[in-house]
Design a protein around this ligand. Structure first.
Ligand code: ZN
Length: 306
């Protein structure tokens, strides 16, 4: 079965200014590397639909959605926080980024694809129910999880290996026993949360600056992956940020492509045991373009079990 690669042209047009690290070229870095990788024969390309208001409202307050819509500028750039801005195409990009995860969820639930990777921006895991922050407008992964639960699944899981704690996803699902969230992040580092879990379903492990693959694999092997396995998820979502790579300029962990390949293969094993192999992964961070492209492609190669 093929692996879905879901994208949308609007995600390339979202632009937070000429010096912003969360730049449109990030998507080119992933797609160019994918073309060069020889994986294309195993990939099915899909255009992301726009998320519906109903799908968004499962994880964001109506007032918040209305505020984002009202903030969308006709020209120039409008700031939601010092790091997070909207340009004229940002609302469209955010709707398709969240819609991509909904489509990925539908594809794996229907059995049309076993796994999906959403190459989208803006990223999502910092967006809370009522707050945009950290380059994120809508919580794309959370929208996918809520979509799967709305379609009758009883247990879902999120693995977040972005270098920054996924505070938005944790805030949205902290009280929901149907969802387990696991992952690693650098601490102390933005957004300075995650050390005290907001619920018993949260298993996020802080790593010190300078930690490399050994510390990452130990945290995953001893805490994150066993918690995921014990939950017996029927579908697994990934907040796939590649900014823990040693070349990334925004953080100080020392992961390499092989660490991303390793954790993805481990995840595929758990997904095969409990979830019929169903994994929906979506791009979060990753700001060194070459490292981002290489890491994302090794992640996709492992998702495709190649
Ligand atoms: Zn990040």
């Amino acid at each position: 079965m093929t692996t879905a690669f879901i994208a949308h042209a609007s995600c390339r047009l979202h632009n937070m200014g000429p010096y912003h690290p969360e730049c449109p070229e990030r998507l080119d870095a992933v797609s160019d590397r994918l073309i060069a990788s020889g994986l294309e024969a195993h990939i099915a390309h899909y255009d992301a639909p726009a998320v519906t208001r109903e799908q968004l409202a499962r994880v964001h307050d109506e007032d918040y959605i209305a505020m984002i819509e009202a903030t969308s500028p006709e020209s120039d750039i409008c700031y939601l926080d010092p790091d997070t801005a909207m340009s004229p195409h940002s609302l469209d990009a955010a709707r398709h980024a969240a819609g991509a995860v909904v489509l990925g969820t539908d594809l794996v639930l229907k059995g049309e694809c076993r796994a999906a990777f959403c190459a989208v921006r803006p990223p999502g895991h910092h967006a809370e129910r009522r707050r945009a922050m950290g380059f994120c407008l809508f919580n794309n992964v959370a929208v996918g999880v809520a979509h799967a639960l709305a379609h009758g699944l009883e247990r879902a899981a999120v693995l977040d290996f972005d270098v920054h704690h996924g505070n938005g996803t944790e805030e949205i699902f902290a009280a929901d026993p149907r969802v387990v969230m696991v992952g690693t992040f650098e601490y102390p580092l933005y957004p300075y949360s995650g050390v005290d879990p907001m619920g018993p379903n949260m298993h996020n492990v802080p790593l010190r600056a300078g930690s490399g693959g050994d510390a990452f694999r130990k945290a995953m092997s001893e805490i994150c992956l066993p918690a995921l396995d014990a939950h017996r998820p029927e579908i697994i979502f990934v907040s796939a940020g590649f900014d823990a790579h040693r070349d990334d300029p925004l953080a100080n962990l020392q992961l390499t492509e092989s660490d991303y390949a390793w954790v993805t293969r481990e995840l595929v094993g758990i997904a095969r045991r409990h979830a019929g192999g169903r994994i929906v992964s979506t791009l979060e961070g990753g700001y060194e373009l070459s490292a981002l492209g290489r890491s994302a492609v090794e992640h996709i190669r492992a998702l495709a079990e190649l």
